[in-house]
Design a protein. Structure first.
Lengths: 381, 481
């Protein structure tokens, strides 16, 4: 999530507002946050202000000043600001990568988790998500992703937020990033009744069909069976299901058989995504247990992707730079890394395919530099 | 002893010292013999690579047995889904008259002027009423004969009435005209174009092979006039709306390559290498036209390997292999009548004779034509839908399940195979029989064994070709070089 820093005008508790550069008439300021160079009388009546300039006066609304790059914000963005001087962009207007973040908790302990779960008070996230939904109501959006942590842990709030997003934004694709475990419970999955299925996609993490492999990656015994049962239950309720698989040392060798298994037993899945690691959080800590060299994963990924392509199941490769993809499956690699943490190496500047390449996570602690070779317009240099 | 549970499967030891295993829902793998023995004795370590494969293909389960059974059940249900949406194919014999007299004709067609073998319009419309009572949302009507072009007013009346019913009942109806094309007029073909009627015709091979069996009533070859009409039909309907089928006889058995080349030369989309059916005239002339099933299997597989090679350059499926591969490799149901259990007779297809009699399959009708009406389910003019498709058909279905037929119940290919009670009856006087030496079994066992050999040795391109056939996606094969 894009975060800006500055200094807070005073200690105030966190609030959410809608960014405006242009300014609003006085009666329409109560939910808006004005971004300006200097705080003047024009800043009166807003919910808050953000400025690159100095601190305002006592009669100005709560504000954060001395912010370095307020230009990163857009008209219509939704931000949360608090008394520590932090501005979090909860919704970036015009972006297709917007998320509603419901909780930092998780019921898996994945060895390669880039954002390890935290025991935090979920109330703040839920309130923010509700406020974002309130503010984007009536806007036409393309995508909205409900995520966490494990969003289903929010229980009733999860269903409420999902129902609301799907109903209020029939024009958008609402995706839910989940490990699917809770959906193995029939009573739980029944609570999806009444939520429109046409524009909801459940993106379920399943790293292997073999419980020994998946459970070792997810850190919970029995989670493999629960996740798969969950997928069947979701599909049974008519929802689209995408399967997301992180490529690691644990499952790499078995990816082709896994793909065949998906074709045989999950032929209904709408999309399969194989994802490269983000060496951050637990993945960084457990690097020697999870990381696979591009040389080792290339043939496995190739076989797995082709197995699905032959069966007509849509497939994508996420987080794998083009020069690390086997040529046969390069066409399935996507630009998958969120803009705010997307970087390239200096040598990538000369690459002919840079525009189509996902690049790297700025958050990764190490990059497979020796394998990175820029493309000339024909092939490798 | 390890803690895994075996899931139901069938197996066959091969000559290559491994074992072909197929589970209850049609997933398969090859396993080395020693590993197989250890697996059965529960001695295979659970971190063994073979164990992972066995588990992935659902031959065993551990703590995850519940979800493993759920998956098996889901795939099993999907494969049997043809039972839910029955009856999809309805064949109408609009006349028994024909302008040709092919030597293998299964129907023993009647002379060109024998109008007592025509279906009258009233009967045809009654048949359509019955067809639309089937649960399926996508009924397909196929006009057969004899030669349906000779009794055209029934075809046009049926199409019009079926279109009207389809609109009223919100079903999607499609039409196929099975014709030798030689009597086709421009007006008839234009009608087909206007009403979206696909044409399915017959082509046995090049001039010599085609003319050897496909003759007019004076015994002259029909190849030349067929080609003219084929061009006309393609011109009017478009190439993709005109398909052709071949029948293998003793004349073509040794020349299946040439037959394939002829199909390619004429720009056909693919080829269906069909064996001869022992009915009608074919039964009478078995000595000159026939061959043993063992020889057909051998020649078929030879031709199939040739077609596989061709496919490295051009997309050209062999449809019988396509069907079997899709039963082996995909979890989905296939509509083909011959390869179903319970048998597809009456469930995947039904046929309405010119006098309104309803039969579960074309073969049953041919049998009736040969004098035995054992399989007649009723008549559209006197019986109602329930009587025909519930009460009487059920009796036939009871005796046509491989799962309860010896020795099919134990056959490794059971999941891919089917049964034909009509043919069993013709050969033995009984709907159920020990299939061991039946031509049906020799054919399917032989061909399936050949296909599994191909799968075992398949390289990436072969896999691409096989899947391009199953999915119809020609793009899967890289043919740039």
């Amino acid at each position: 999530m894009l975060t800006l820093k500055g200094r807070a005008s005073e200690a105030f508790s966190s609030f959410v507002g809608e960014v405006t550069f242009a300014g609003r008439p006085f009666y329409a300021r109560s939910r808006a946050v004005l971004v300006c160079e200097e705080l003047t009388h024009a800043a009166m009546g807003y919910k808050g202000c953000i400025t690159s300039g100095g601190r305002g006066s006592w009669f100005h609304p709560h504000h954060i000043y001395g912010v370095e790059q307020p230009g990163l914000l857009h008209e219509g963005d939704i931000v949360a600001m608090d008394g520590t001087g932090t501005i979090e962009v909860l919704w970036e207007e015009g972006s297709s990568q917007n998320c509603l973040f419901l909780t930092e908790n998780c019921n898996c302990r994945c060895v390669m988790c880039p954002q390890p779960p935290a025991q935090s008070d979920p109330a703040r996230f839920l309130r923010q998500a509700e406020e974002v939904l309130e503010l984007i109501r009536g806007r036409s959006i393309s995508d909205c992703c409900i995520t966490g942590g494990e969003p289903t842990l929010a229980g009733k709030a999860f269903f409420d937020i999902l129902r609301r997003s799907a109903r209020e934004h029939p024009e958008a694709l609402i995706s839910v990033l989940t490990n699917g475990r809770l959906f193995s419970d029939r009573a739980f999955v029944r609570r999806l009744a009444g939520i429109p299925a046409e524009n909801v996609l459940f993106c379920v993490s399943l790293h292997s069909e073999l419980d020994a492999v998946h459970d070792a990656m997810a850190g919970v015994r029995g989670s493999c069976a629960q996740t798969q049962q969950g997928i069947y239950n979701l599909a049974g309720y008519g929802f689209f299901v995408e399967i997301r698989t992180v490529i690691s040392q644990y499952n790499c060798r078995y990816l082709a058989e896994f793909a065949e298994h998906l074709g045989n037993y999950f032929p209904f899945c709408a999309h399969v995504a194989f994802m490269g690691l983000e060496l951050h959080g637990h993945a960084e800590t457990n690097r020697d247990r999870v990381e696979v060299s591009p040389e080792a994963y290339a043939p496995c990924v190739k076989d797995a992707v082709l197995t699905l392509v032959r069966r007509g199941i849509p497939v994508s490769l996420y987080n794998i730079p083009l020069c690390l993809c086997p040529a046969e499956v390069r066409g399935y690699a996507r630009r998958s890394i969120s803009d705010w943490k997307n970087i390239y190496l200096p040598r990538c500047r000369s690459c002919a395919l840079r525009e189509e390449c996902c690049g790297f996570f700025s958050t990764s602690s190490a990059l497979p530099e020796t394998f990175i070779k820029p493309f000339t317009s024909g092939g490798h240099v | 002893m390890s803690g895994y549970t075996l899931l139901p499967f069938r197996f066959r030891r091969t000559d290559q010292h491994d074992v072909l295993m197929v589970n209850e829902c049609g997933d398969f793998l090859f396993l080395p013999e020693q590993v197989f023995e250890r697996f059965l004795r529960h001695e295979l370590p659970e971190d063994d690579g073979h164990f992972f494969r066995l588990k992935s293909h659902l031959f065993c389960a551990g703590e995850d047995i519940e979800v493993a059974l759920h998956k098996t059940a889901a795939r099993y249900r999907t494969r049997k889904s043809f039972l839910r949406e029955f009856t999809s194919l309805h064949m109408l014999v609009v006349t028994l008259r024909c302008n040709q007299r092919c030597s293998y004709c299964q129907v023993s067609c009647a002379g060109k002027d024998a109008s007592l073998y025509d279906m009258d319009v009233e009967t045809a419309l009654k048949a359509v009423d019955m067809i639309f009572q089937s649960p399926t949302k996508h009924p397909k009507l196929e006009f057969q004969g004899g030669e349906p072009l000779l009794h055209w007013e029934v075809v046009t009346a049926t199409v019009a009435y079926a279109e009207k019913l389809a609109r009223r009942l919100e079903k999607k109806v499609s039409f196929v005209l099975c014709t030798n094309l030689t009597a086709a007029t421009r007006e008839q073909l234009e009608f087909c174009r206007e009403h979206n009627v696909a044409v399915s015709t017959s082509l046995d091979g090049d001039a010599a092979v085609h003319d050897a069996c496909r003759k007019d009533r004076l015994g002259r070859g029909t190849y030349r006039v067929f080609l003219e009409k084929l061009a006309l039909a393609r011109d009017i309907l478009g190439r993709d709306r005109v398909g052709a089928l071949m029948t293998t006889t003793a004349f073509s058995l040794d020349h299946l390559r040439d037959v394939t080349d002829e199909y390619l030369r004429l720009g056909m989309d693919g080829i269906f290498l069909r064996s001869l059916n022992p009915y009608g005239f074919a039964a009478e002339e078995a000595a000159t036209l026939g061959y043993s099933m063992e020889r057909f299997v051998e020649k078929y597989l030879e031709a199939l390997r040739y077609i596989m090679e061709l496919n490295r350059k051009v997309f050209f499926p062999e449809y019988f292999a396509t069907l079997l591969f899709s039963r082996i490799l995909s979890p989905f149901a296939t509509g083909f009548v011959d390869l179903q259990s319970p048998a597809g007779a009456g469930i995947s297809g039904a046929i309405y004779d010119f006098d309104g009699s309803v039969f579960p399959s074309d073969e049953a009708r041919m049998l009736a034509r040969m004098g035995d009406r054992h399989f007649c389910l009723g008549n559209v003019k006197t019986d109602d839908y329930r009587e025909i498709f519930v009460t009487r058909l059920k009796k036939l279905t009871f005796v046509s399940c491989l799962e309860t037929t010896f020795p099919c119940a134990y056959c490794v290919y059971q999941a891919y195979c089917g049964t034909d009670p009509v043919r069993n009856y013709l050969e033995t006087g009984n709907e159920q029989r020990n299939m061991t030496h039946a031509p049906f079994c020799i054919k399917h066992k032989g061909i399936l064994t050949g296909l599994f050999d191909m799968l075992r040795h398949a390289d990436d391109t072969t896999r691409d070709i096989i899947w391009s056939w199953i999915t119809g996606n020609a793009e899967l094969v890289n043919r740039s070089c």
